[in-house]
Write a protein that binds this ligand. Structure first.
Ligand code: HEC
Length: 92
């Protein structure tokens, strides 16, 4: 048998593809890349400030959204916040 392999979704040196991560991890509840409401609210044009968004991702909300503290580094969470801020309606 080969050595034990980490179950982590991506090795630390892999590029962090925020759009793919969002689609795979958050898209189940935040539809269309965060552009539309699903089980969770629409994130595009969120009136929340960055600190709120950051802490919601880290801590989740009991009974509503899982906590992702530990799943992502602070730097990765910053990239997710930037991604949410940059969301625009799809063309066409
Ligand atoms: C199991 C469903 C689920 C998943 C998966 C999920 N969320 Fe959520 N999310 C929710 C729900 C439900 C809320 C609303 C919570 C509340 O009542 O404040 C929410 C709220 C949020 C908010 C706050 C929005 C606001 O205006 O209050 C942000 C930001 C957010 N989610 C980001 C993410 C990100 C980023 C991911 C992936 C890393 C993610 N969510 C994964 C269900 C989910």
């Amino acid at each position: 048998m080969a050595q034990a392999q980490s179950a982590a979704p991506a090795p630390e040196n892999a590029p962090f593809e925020v759009e793919q991560v969002f689609a795979g991890t958050c898209g189940f509840c935040h539809s269309d890349g965060g552009r539309a409401a699903g089980k969770g609210p629409q994130l595009m044009n969120s009136p929340r400030d960055d600190d709120f968004i950051r802490s919601r991702i880290k801590l989740g909300k009991q009974g509503a959204m899982p906590a992702f503290d530990g799943a992502f580094t602070d730097a990765q969470i910053d990239l997710i916040v930037k991604y949410i801020r940059a969301l625009k309606p799809r063309e066409g």
